[in-house]
Design a protein around this ligand. Structure first.
Ligand SMILES: C[S@@+](CC[C@H](N)C(=O)[O-])C[C@H]1O[C@@H](n2cnc3c(N)ncnc32)[C@H](O)[C@@H]1O
Length: 447
């Protein structure tokens, strides 16, 4: 591809992302799949540019509005080339030259726009805080309030690109073994800060193409996700339910924590996601997982298996506000009404999934959100309705599983990107009162 064709491709792909409203990574994957003639180098260059534009969307929009220009994908890319890549008018005219595969020639008003933006920085002191933080106004207000003294550092971190973490699959190999194998394939990795499985690699490397990935010795997984699975404290021989298993990221880690012994039931309402988990489980050498597609959270399967599990992980559907580094466009798809729907769903899931926990067993509630309405408030509401559950302070679980102390004090685990180097996560461990014997004669009538 010529440099101009790469620009044209970025404009086209951004248009597709805006039009479909689907997650940008999936739209991009489908777009490249339909254009297999685009080689690896071109693909990387186009991807880098569209992610850069998506990450800078609010600031680019602010500059475009100031110049009186509409916020189209073409204008966004033009503004990015000026403000993010430092190109001036002559270079832009060479890219927008109207040749085959190149973007159409610049119009007069676009030349004016480029002249107005040339030499300007992307960040400007007049930008409102929400624009500078790359967040919708309502969400900026909520996150800033929730993060308090951490707001400046964490909101800045959420704007940046996330690191790439790997999880050595303990079912097949130790961390040092995996690290050495990756090094032999040219990928340097450093041990993570918290999880005994974690390796962090430098930048975007083709991990999926390595032999060590293909034979299931390593998975791509944020260190925060690994900690959630470790703190679920699933042990060999236990019966564990992963209620919102999705494509099985945490299921795989739970199985590794259990030494691939015991039984895990991976549930989800999306059958397609669980099917994707099947391939990953096979590659990882995990054979303790049964898959269960649920109609909804109150599927009769739940009642049938009440008090049947020592551990129930609810990795709830959430705003994903702790992972905005990875999905920079997700925040623009979220609305206040959508958030209210999510919190109502989380409450319904907790209310139903808790029935699966044996007396003496644990319900682990996790989100990748930084918003208290999805986290602490959700747990408080649940505990008020279910006095047969009590909070198990996370520090004790952390000390037992990982040694030492969690990053911050408090009954729950809260991970913050800038402070802890992970995605943002929340985790609460709730123990069901009573002993295992009571499981046969549960005293609460709610089933
Ligand atoms: C945060 S994602 C799970 C990610 C997964 N645990 C992992 O580690 O890769 C939340 C999941 O909850 C599922 N979900 C949504 N509504 C649900 C419901 N009512 N009952 C169970 N799962 C639900 C979604 O399909 C989604 O896969």
């Amino acid at each position: 591809m010529t440099p101009a064709a790469r620009v044209a491709a970025a404009i086209e792909l951004l248009g597709e992302i805006a039009a479909t409203g689907r997650p940008a990574d999936r739209v991009a994957a489908d777009w490249f799949k339909a254009r297999r003639f685009i080689g690896g180098g071109d693909r990387r260059a186009v991807s880098l540019r569209i992610w850069a534009v998506l990450r800078a969307r609010a600031r680019l929009g602010w500059w475009l509005a100031r110049a009186g220009a509409a916020e189209t994908p073409r204008a966004q890319v033009l503004a990015w080339l000026c403000l993010g890549e430092g190109l001036a008018l002559p270079a832009l005219e060479r890219l927008f030259d109207g040749a085959t595969f190149a973007p159409a020639r610049l119009e007069e008003r676009e030349r004016g726009l480029a002249a107005a933006l040339a030499g300007q920085p992307l960040d400007h002191p007049d930008q409102p805080p929400a624009v500078a933080a790359e967040l919708p106004g309502w969400l900026h207000a909520r996150l800033a309030a929730a993060l308090g003294e951490h707001a400046a550092a964490e909101l800045a971190a959420l704007r940046e690109e996330a690191p790439v973490d790997l999880r050595a699959n303990a079912v097949k190999a130790g961390r040092e073994e995996v690290r050495a194998a990756l090094a032999r394939e040219g990928i340097e990795a450093e041990p993570g800060r918290w999880s005994p499985w974690a390796l962090r690699i430098d930048g975007r490397r083709p991990v999926a193409a390595t032999a060590v990935f293909r034979n299931g010795e390593v998975e791509v997984q944020d260190e925060g996700s690994q900690l959630v699975a470790l703190l679920a404290d699933a042990q060999a021989g236990m019966r564990v339910c992963d209620f919102c298993a999705g494509a099985g990221g945490k299921t795989l880690a739970l199985a590794a924590a259990m030494g691939n012994r015991g039984q895990i039931v991976a549930c989800d309402v999306r059958g397609g996601r669980i099917d994707r988990a099947a391939q990953r489980l096979k590659r990882a050498g995990v054979d303790t997982v049964r898959r269960q597609v649920l109609q909804d959270e109150r599927d009769p399967w739940v009642k049938k298996h009440k008090a049947g599990f020592e551990r129930v992980l609810v990795d709830a559907p959430c705003s994903g506000s702790g992972t905005f580094r990875r999905n920079p466009e997700a925040k623009w798809r979220l609305s206040e009404a959508g958030l209210a729907e999510l919190t109502a769903l989380q409450a319904r899931i907790l209310e139903s999934a808790c029935r699966l926990v044996k007396p003496g067993g644990r319900l682990i509630y996790a989100t990748c959100s930084l918003l208290p309405e999805e986290n602490e408030a959700q747990v408080e509401r649940f505990l008020a309705a279910r006095p047969d559950f009590a909070v198990l302070p996370v520090a004790g679980v952390w000390a037992e599983r990982l040694g030492g102390a969690p990053p911050a004090a408090g009954p729950f685990l809260k991970l913050l990107p800038a402070r802890d180097g992970t995605d943002g996560f929340f985790l609460a461990v709730l123990e069901r009162k009573g002993t295992a014997a009571e499981a046969l004669h549960p005293s609460t009538g709610s089933g």
